[in-house]
Design a protein around this ligand. Structure first.
Ligand code: F0G
Length: 465
């Protein structure tokens, strides 16, 4: 096939704001050199996250008007419940206001201090919610999943030998749950194969462990399976997704990603007693079990989004648009996690800025440079996000990545070409970028609110020739 075009036309537009370099310098300093603290007004292309930032379809906006705002038993919940059950096959569907609420409810209902949760790589809020219960969040992605330049079709796969050795060993009794994050966001948006999901299921059966999917990007994962896994090419993304869910005991979902909605999430499972426990907790903080912190219209938008997200034309365009940006970066010699992820391109900041040590946050240096050069907002996934341990000590994270997450259906190819142009300018000056030090930070999830200070200029090499 030739050019893959956006499989939609645009009905509503929103102006972009352009800023001067002086304005960006002032805005960044005011934000404590943390782009999370910028006003979105001061950002031109916002690649901070693909979460809740996508464009809804006309059918979703239309569905909003169908919202039934009854406190209990609303028609919108019935639609939501039937779409989620058709897709996942799980018996109990518990709406939540977003993914992390589902995490808190599931972990508070299942974990005891000292327990271990195993995942390919926990996302930051998932890890924080596990640790908040006094349990340990352990990452056992396959070793290749931590090598940015290593090409493998399913770099999000669980390291099965490592998983089995924990389950079989002394610590096995402490493992409360095994999870797979599809796609593996913190490891570069890399997919997990069906074969790996089946193998994790088999190990969980052998050792009597519960197995949950963190399913935020299940449709992107299903598309990769369709493209890359032997024997899957003729199945629809929905059929593949249904099999993925059928292998788990339940799932956590942020509908802000593959729900194609601006807010929402759910928790789904088969276990009746656990579902009851989760619903009791839901009522305490989220709401009645038929709305769980969402408006009836949100439930409608998510139900429609879950139908649209498994469309082949959408997924082909979605995955191709990320690959397009990745190809441009590679062509200009910007090191990235390969192959391209499903929702983002992850630049290897450690390789691009080898002169900045991990504890001087090369990812922050790159993020801030992309903003200063062109008003692009991206996100560090490195030592600032993962380097601080619950006991307060800090170590380098396994990888120093900068994620350029592409919101769904939001930007066109020329926006992406602009990002490429700015990245080229950053690459030119990369040797001169400086590290940062943290001036203030909270004890958990520090990347959201920490403030930084640029370190003094590194010595400029003098040409004596
Ligand atoms: N799990 C994964 C894999 C995620 O990527 C996220 C959110 C969550 C759970 C939590 O969901 O935001 O709805 O509470 N990821 C966003 C991101 C924030 O930018 O990657 P949430």
């Amino acid at each position: 096939m030739g050019v893959i075009i956006e499989p939609f036309r645009i009905k509503t537009v929103e102006p972009l704001r352009f800023t001067t370099r002086a304005e960006r310098e002032r805005a960044l300093a005011k934000a404590g050199y943390n782009v999370f603290k910028l006003r979105a007004h001061d950002v031109t292309i916002d690649l901070l996250t693909d979460s809740g930032t996508g464009a809804m379809s006309a059918a979703q906006w239309g569905a909003l008007m169908q919202g039934d705002e009854s406190y209990a038993g609303s028609r919108s919940f019935e639609r939501f419940d039937s779409v989620v059950r058709d897709l996942t096959g799980f018996k109990h569907v518990i709406p939540t206001h977003q993914g992390r609420a589902a995490e808190r409810i599931l972990f508070h209902s299942t974990l005891q201090p000292g327990d271990v949760v195993i995942n390919n790589i926990h996302f930051d809020t998932t890890r924080a919610n596990v640790e908040y219960e006094g349990a340990e969040a352990r990452d056992l992605v396959m070793p290749e999943g931590r090598l940015p330049a290593f090409i493998h079709p399913f770099k999000g796969n669980m390291h099965l030998e490592a998983l089995e050795s924990v389950l079989r060993g002394e610590e096995g009794a402490r493992v409360a749950m095994v999870m797979l994050t599809v796609t593996n966001n913190s490891g570069g948006g890399q997919p997990v194969s069906l074969e790996n999901i089946r193998a994790v299921r088999a190990l969980c059966d052998r050792y009597g462990k519960a197995f949950f999917l963190d399913a935020c990007r299940f449709a992107e994962n299903a598309w990769f399976i369709k493209q890359r896994e032997a024997g899957q090419h003729n199945r629809s993304p929905k059929e593949i997704a249904q099999e993925m869910f059928s292998l788990a005991d339940g799932c956590l979902m942020s509908a802000k990603k593959d729900g194609l909605a601006n807010i929402g999430g759910f928790l789904a499972m088969n276990d009746d007693a656990l579902a009851q426990k989760c619903r009791n907790l839901l009522i305490l903080t989220e709401g009645f079990p038929t709305y769980g912190g969402l408006a009836g219209y949100d439930l409608e938008a998510i139900a429609q989004g879950l139908v649209e997200v498994v469309d082949e034309n959408y997924l082909r365009y979605r995955i191709r648009s990320i690959e397009y940006l990745a190809e441009k970066f590679l062509a200009m010699g910007i090191p990235i996690v390969q192959p391209a992820g499903g929702h983002a391109v992850y630049v290897d900041a450690a390789a691009l800025l080898p002169h900045i040590p991990a504890l001087q946050y090369p990812g922050i240096a790159l993020v801030n440079s992309l903003y200063l050069e062109g008003g692009i907002r991206s996100c560090e996934i490195g030592t600032v996000m993962f380097g601080l341990h619950p006991d307060g000590h800090e170590t380098a994270a396994g990888m120093e990545l900068v994620r350029l997450a592409i919101p769904r259906r939001l930007y066109t190819q020329s926006h992406i070409d602009y990002v490429v142009e700015i990245a080229a300018a950053v690459k030119e000056i990369s040797w001169a970028l400086k590290g940062y030090r943290i001036v203030s930070a909270p004890p958990v999830l520090r990347h959201f609110t920490a403030e930084f200070e640029p370190l003094r200029a590194r010595a400029v090499p003098v040409d004596v020739s």
